[in-house]
Ligand binder design. Structure first.
Ligand SMILES: Nc1ncnc2c1ncn2[C@@H]1O[C@H](COP(=O)(O)OP(=O)(O)OP(=O)(O)O)[C@@H](O)[C@H]1O
Ligand code: SF4
Ligand SMILES: [Mg+2]
Length: 331
């Protein structure tokens, strides 16, 4: 349903305010991300703040320009400069944002907010039909239709996220991009919204990209998980395999920080020391080298490519060595 191949996104930023004519810096926000997603499946994307998660999905949605890479949606390559291709993309792919209240227009009632995509994507529908479909969608996400004439500020954060989901799904997209949709909500409401998304996915066969910085939430909802660090892929694997046997030292550190709800299980969290590399000046070798407890001299010479080992794909020289041994054993 969705295939992203070698996506790169950069931003130009002024290096100093003092000398406006100085050469701008280049922020490498997304560095070579690839993934495939089937209908009815969820890809979780995790990584620390600033690692490029939002930039990646915003560029896939066409909200930020992709510098390089290709995106295929439902078998068709997206041409972000072509109006017809973008219209098809918007009808097929919708997005849910991190701040549920800011993502709704405060001057519109929630009925108008949910009717609007139908007016845009389904111009053949009559006004009454649109209204009925919008109220049914609101009811489906748990908002009583009797409240449809209220404004967003009259709802809680969790209810606003439900309204955002209704707006995104009312016109029947096939792909839903969720940018940290529950991180602004408290834990019990997070679970309700995640469960609602899973139910809607089953009913509509949606392909979901679910971005979060919390591996605990992501592993609950995802079929596959992609771990990012400074814009680059570190590890990708089915969620159960990634949690049970993380291969990349960065994934291992992230997992050790996820609380386990069993007091008998004690996992010492691995504290990551050292600084993240600046996205303005990326090192030539492994991006995780400055904080990796397993770093060795060869890690700094060249960027390790993603290699496959069992169900995992990871960018680490340790995996390269393992996959060479696996290849030698099979020959
Ligand atoms: N418009 C922009 N101009 C310049 N740099 C930007 C811009 N948008 C994002 N960046 C930079 O790109 C990098 C990735 O940012 P992004 O917002 O995608 O991270 P994120 O993983 O979504 O973080 P968070 O978890 O905090 O939402 C950061 O270094 C950020 O400073
Ligand atoms: S390549 Fe080296 S520095 Fe990078 S994650 Fe693997 S062991 Fe650590
Ligand atoms: Mg973000």
């Amino acid at each position: 349903m969705l295939s992203v191949e070698n996506a790169h996104v950069t931003f130009q930023v002024a290096q100093t305010k003092k000398w406006p004519w100085s050469k701008p810096g280049i922020v490498h926000a997304v560095n070579g991300i690839s993934f495939q997603l089937e209908a009815g499946k969820t890809l979780g994307i995790v990584g620390e703040s600033g690692c490029g998660k939002s930039t990646l999905i915003r560029s896939v949605a066409g909200l930020t320009p992709l510098q390089a890479g290709t995106v295929q949606l439902d078998g068709e390559t997206v041409d972000y400069r072509n109006r017809a291709s973008m219209q098809r993309l918007r009808a097929t792919m919708q997005m849910i944002f991190q701040d549920p209240i800011a993502s709704l227009n405060p001057r519109m009632t929630i009925r108008e907010i949910v009717v609007e995509p139908l007016a845009f994507f389904k111009p053949d529908m009559g006004a009454e039909e649109r209204n009925t479909a919008a109220l049914a969608m609101l009811e489906r996400v748990g908002i009583p239709p009797a409240q449809a004439n209220r404004f967003p500020h009259e709802f809680s954060g969790g209810q606003c996220q439900r309204i955002g989901i209704a707006r995104a799904l009312v016109a029947g997209p096939k792909v839903l991009l969720c940018d940290e949709p529950v991180s602004a909500l408290d834990v019990s409401i997070q679970a309700q919204v995640v469960n609602l998304l899973k139910e809607l996915q089953r009913e509509m066969g949606l392909a979901i990209v679910f971005v979060a910085h919390d591996l605990g939430v992501v592993r609950h909802i995802s079929d596959d998980v992609l771990v990012m660090y400074v814009g680059a892929p570190m590890e990708q694997a089915p969620a159960s395999a990634l949690v049970a046997h993380p291969q990349h030292p960065y994934t291992q550190a992230l997992l050790s920080a996820v609380p386990v709800p069993d007091p008998r299980v004690r996992i010492a969290p691995q504290m990551l020391e050292g600084d993240l590399p600046s996205p303005l000046n990326l090192p030539p070798g492994c991006l995780f080298e400055s904080r990796c407890p397993k770093a060795m001299p060869k890690c700094g010479s060249a960027r390790p490519p993603m290699v496959t080992s069992g169900q995992h794909r990871a960018a680490c020289v340790l995996l390269e060595d393992m996959s060479e041994k696996e290849a030698a054993l099979t020959h």
